[in-house]
Design a protein around this ligand. Sequence first.
Ligand SMILES: [Zn+2]
Length: 296
Amino acid sequence: MPELPEVETVKRGLAPAMEGASIARLELRRPDLRFPLPENLAEAAAGRRILSLGRRAKYLLIDLEGDQTIIAHLGMSGSFRVESGGPAAAPGDFHHPRSKDEKHDHVVFHLTAESVPLRVIYNDPRRFGFMHLWKRSELDTYPAFVGLGPEPTGNALDADYLARRLAGKSQPLKGALLDQTVIAGLGNIYVCEALWRAHLSPRRKAGTLVTPTGRPKKELLLLTEAIRAVIADAILAGGSSLRDHIQTDGSLGYFQHSFSVYDQEGEACRTPGCGGTVARIVQAGRSSFYCAACQK
Ligand SMILES: [Zn+2]
């Protein structure tokens, strides 16, 4: 499953090709992905200009003129690539490599940008991705967006907000932070990384970061900063991978994501002076990676 920084990187990579371009034709090569593609999708998109690209949690938003937004989710294996006569360029890097096999090209945006034809192709071997069409003025009513918490990249996520949401909770921090109504789009990898940076155990009871009067303890201030920083750093890394790959021949070299604690079971903890070893435990069916020596 792509994480939020990967979706943000895809958005930033597609924006130069798609924003301001007109959709000459939207070609649907099959009726469904994970869900049926909207019956009116091709018709609603044809002839419309793309105003801008956006993102909410792990969803890509393609804003069309006329109050319509295409909501796209990459599922497990979805990816976009841009073809403009030259070699194909795939925006964004993924923790797991993406397919470029043409038999998995399911949706093709035939675009015209300043009278230059351009194709943006959605490829998805496992077809867990999906697309919906929604009125932009009613995006709040899209089922996956109802009750969704603030973005980890936005100003709404601060320690006072998290104190309100975590107060009194005996749930472990790991699960509390994965709750999408608390923070939108924060996934397993970045929860592990943020907890490691903040020196907090994923087993710690969430409510213990809040004072009896409901104020954030210093540890919660550190955690809030860590969440914002891991996401910002990952988006930055995605951006630099995008530049690297645009400079190459257009074929995407998947850069190795480097995580400090995620997937590092048995490795020495990278906290300076710690000397501990990263362990893996399973919480609510998901792997948590952490260092018991410095995460309390
Ligand atoms: Zn450690």
